[in-house]
Design a protein around this ligand. Structure first.
Ligand SMILES: Nc1nc2c(ncn2[C@@H]2O[C@H](COP(=O)(O)OP(=O)(O)OP(=O)(O)O)[C@@H](O)[C@H]2O)c(=O)[nH]1
Ligand SMILES: [Mg+2]
Length: 362
């Protein structure tokens, strides 16, 4: 399962957000370093398309896609040099696929620390960039030596040099304007800032109206990033309170009462999922409707393999229709009768929102 890690200064609200997303019981407390070892949990990816298909098929079982969330201990200025929880926290970040920055903007006298999200962003970015700088420096020296004997390593030296130049300025790689080719070539080095980033601005209960301003302020700092970065403002405290309510109708009422609409958690999980390059195809029937995760650009046999390896091995063809077309037709059978279900072969690149059935032979 794909993982995203919550990264930020102490008391930013990471554990509170983790609890809200996963229904977990991580310690959230008004003192720094409340979290020492990471908490790991699973967040369901809300999907209205799935719910509607399940209703259409009167499915007994509904299975959402899911991602893993890791709540990492707070980092402080100097973390890359061992301050605070230091290197331990860096190791935890290396293990995630995408980073979610939690930047504090809420003011609360009982919770120590700065409430300036840009200050939070500056420190977090600098620490991650410094940690990467150290890694790149070592790799660059090694690769340069090796390149004297092996000419093919010239490209790698070039990419590492470009990374070095950016990091030495304190610029994280996700907004250093590197080409896709360069970022891909650097992937084997597991650098912290060579990933996609989602930034959450944790706004106070009384500041909901200022969410767009906070979002714009943080986004302006991250502009060079292009598609690799997204910013979402929310009040984690209120979101967490609402999320703790089991009954969906009651929860919707509370969210409405707080003035939070559908709530920002849903939006956040969806954004993180998309940022990771993850997409969804669906299956639907009376027994089960289910959302399956695949990587953007996957072919039909690869997607079939998400369900069962036999489906991939013995793949013959896929029957496909977009979810909204199927809903309009009312059922798979009606879709067939109307000739609206397409037959696709092994080269078909699956699209987000495809509803699929696979024919296979083993
Ligand atoms: N007023 C207010 N308090 C919040 C909000 N979000 C979190 N808090 C409080 O801030 C304190 C710190 O929250 P945590 O979730 O423990 O923060 P953390 O980022 O996990 O902190 P560390 O684990 O120490 O790095 C807790 O007492 C929370 O209840 C918020 O939106 N508003
Ligand atoms: Mg914590």
């Amino acid at each position: 399962m794909e993982r995203f890690g919550l990264v930020g200064l102490p008391n930013a609200g990471k554990s509170s957000l983790y609890n809200a997303l996963t229904g977990g019981g991580a310690l959230a407390a008004p003192y720094p370093f409340a979290t020492k070892d990471p908490n790991i949990g699973v967040a369901k990816v809300p999907d209205d398309r799935l719910d509607r298909l399940a209703a259409m098929s009167a499915s007994k079982n509904v299975v959402h896609a899911a991602v893993e969330v890791v709540d990492i201990g707070g980092l402080v200025e100097g973390a890359s040099k061992g301050e605070g929880l230091g290197n331990k926290f860096l190791a935890n970040i290396r293990e995630v696929d995408a980073i979610v920055f939690v930047l504090r903007a809420f003011v609360d006298e009982d919770v120590t620390g700065s409430a300036d999200p840009l200050e939070h962003l500056r420190i977090v970015e600098l620490e991650l960039a410094l940690a990467d700088l150290e890694t790149v420096e070592t790799r660059l020296a090694k690769t340069k030596r090796a390149a004297k004997l092996e000419k093919a390593l010239g490209d790698e030296v070039r990419h590492l040099e470009a990374a070095y130049a950016a990091l030495a300025e304190g610029t994280p790689l996700y907004r250093a304007g590197l080409s896709d080719e360069a970022r891909l070539a650097l992937a084997p080095h597991f650098l912290l800032t060579n990933r996609r980033v989602l930034a959450i601005v944790n706004v106070g209960e009384d500041d909901l109206g200022s969410i767009p301003d906070f979002e714009a302020g943080v986004a302006a700092e991250l502009t060079a990033a292009g598609d690799n970065v997204e910013v979402i403002g929310m009040c984690i405290q209120l979101e967490a309170e609402a999320a703790s309510i089991e009954d969906p109708d009651e929860r919707a009422e509370i969210l409405e009462g707080f003035g939070l609409g559908e709530g920002a958690l849903f939006r956040m999980v969806r954004s993180a999922y998309h940022l990771l390059g993850l997409r969804t195809f669906l299956t639907t029937g009376d027994k089960e409707s289910r959302a399956w995760t695949f990587h953007e650009g996957s072919t039909a046999p690869v997607c079939a393999g998400r369900i069962h390896t036999d489906f991939q091995r013995g793949f013959i063809r896929a029957e496909v229709i977009q979810w909204d077309e199927l809903l309009e037709l009312g059922s798979w059978t009606k879709g067939k009768e109307a000739g609206k279900i397409r037959v696709e072969g092994k080269d078909y690149v699956v699209q987000d929102g495809d509803v699929m059935e696979f024919r296979f032979n083993v």
